[in-house]
Design a protein around this ligand. Structure first.
Ligand SMILES: *Cc1c(COP(=O)(O)O)cnc(C)c1O
Length: 372
């Protein structure tokens, strides 16, 4: 007997998460120079790290022999301050910090799911929802998508008696689709109170102000609502792993019970606190993203390629045999993300880069499609 047979069936059958290909790996495989490789595969910030965060990290290195503040006091205070969380009747007790927001998504699953319960999410939604659901022994219920986005009516219908959690990504990754705030609000209001609704807003900072849902204020209305945010995308701190959830203190208390005492390291705490105050960097991140999105969309239109209009820092383009095109791009030193595992075998997801990186991708894609 293999030792793996000792793991419960629901663990053995988990399909592992497929991360974007690291630059160093492609360099090794293809004998390329790392400096010549463009990675547009993991929705990372092409501007790098915020200068304020960089300074904060430099100042915190001398304290690395000490455990971090397991309570994350400074960062929670900054979050409450910045997001107007007090206003929603949620104080610092309603903030839960995570080792990336993936961590808080997992905390929700571990706190509220177990064998005999289920979680609902959409087709083509973020891959972490089925993963964290299955790891608890709960059943994942996938609602069919509508035009690649969440179909809220279908999600409402998918709710079962044993459903305890609903996951929604807005904007969604990998499709980039956005739900209107009014529709989202009605949906949350229609969900029975014994079901936790997770609204994952990892890409919220890239939205124009007029499109941002007033989700923080909804916390005052819905004790079963959990918002998740991350420092990995617009704030440029993906490598440090830091994100958070906002929820009623009662829900936050459950998440904290299953949280590792020191789940967020001290450099991440310090950097995230500084990054929150770096409004210039955030504005520049959005500006470069808007410009890059326009550049890619124009390129797709010129090549006659269909794409899914996106509200994130990435866009899915339909290229036909995407797995083969992905391989051809790799040969040219361009890493993007195939999304066959999301049920989209004809699309590639490309993250928005700097203008010259976007151009590298468009040029390589053009070459490949002409030859095909
Ligand atoms: C990138 C992403 C996250 C954030 O992941 P981190 O763990 O914070 O790096 C969360 N949700 C979605 C939908 C994402 O695409």
């Amino acid at each position: 007997m293999q030792p793996s047979a000792l793991a419960p069936a629901y663990i053995r059958t988990i399909a592992p998460y497929q991360p974007g290909k690291p630059i160093s790996e492609l360099a090794r495989e293809m004998g390329l120079n790392e400096a010549d490789i463009v990675k547009l595969a993991s929705n990372e910030n092409p501007l790098g790290i915020s200068p304020k965060a960089r300074n904060a990290i430099a100042g915190a290195i001398d304290e690395l022999a000490l455990y971090p503040d397991g309570n994350g006091f400074e960062l929670k205070l900054a979050i409450v301050d910045k997001l107007g969380v007090e206003f929603a009747g949620i104080g610092m007790a309603g903030v839960v910090l995570g080792n990336g927001s993936n961590d808080v998504l997992e905390l929700v699953a571990r706190a509220f799911l177990a064998p005999g319960t289920s979680a609902v999410y959409s087709q083509h939604a973020f891959a972490v929802y089925p993963l964290v659901t299955q790891a608890t022994g709960a059943t994942g219920v996938e609602a069919p998508a509508l035009d690649y986005g969440h179909d809220l009516a279908a999600m409402r219908q998918a709710i079962r008696d044993d459903t305890r959690v609903i996951f929604i990504a807005n904007p969604n990754n990998p499709t980039g689709t956005l739900l209107a705030a009014t529709a989202l609000h009605s949906f949350i209001a229609s969900v029975p109170e014994h079901i936790i609704v997770v609204l994952d807003e990892a890409y919220g900072e890239f939205l124009d102000a007029g499109l941002q849902a007033p989700s923080v204020s909804w916390l005052a209305e819905f004790p079963n609502l959990v918002l998740t945010r991350t420092f990995s995308k617009a704030y440029g701190l993906a490598g440090l792993r830091v994100g958070f959830a906002l929820a009623h203190a009662d829900v936050a208390g459950m998440l904290n019970r299953v949280r590792q005492p020191f789940n967020v390291n001290s450099l991440a705490l310090t950097a995230a606190t500084a990054a929150l105050s770096d409004v210039d960097f955030l504005a520049e991140s959005k500006r470069i993203n808007d410009a890059g999105m326009a550049q890619l969309v124009q390129g797709f239109q010129r090549m006659g390629l269909a794409f899914i209009p996106s509200y994130g820092n990435f866009v899915c383009v339909k290229v036909g045999a995407a797995a083969a095109v992905f391989q051809e791009l790799l040969k040219r030193g361009v890493i993007v993300r195939p999304v066959g595992n999301y049920g989209m075998p004809e699309h590639l997801r490309v993250s928005i880069g700097l203008p010259e990186q976007n151009l590298r991708f468009l040029t390589a894609l053009g070459e490949i499609l002409v030859r095909a």
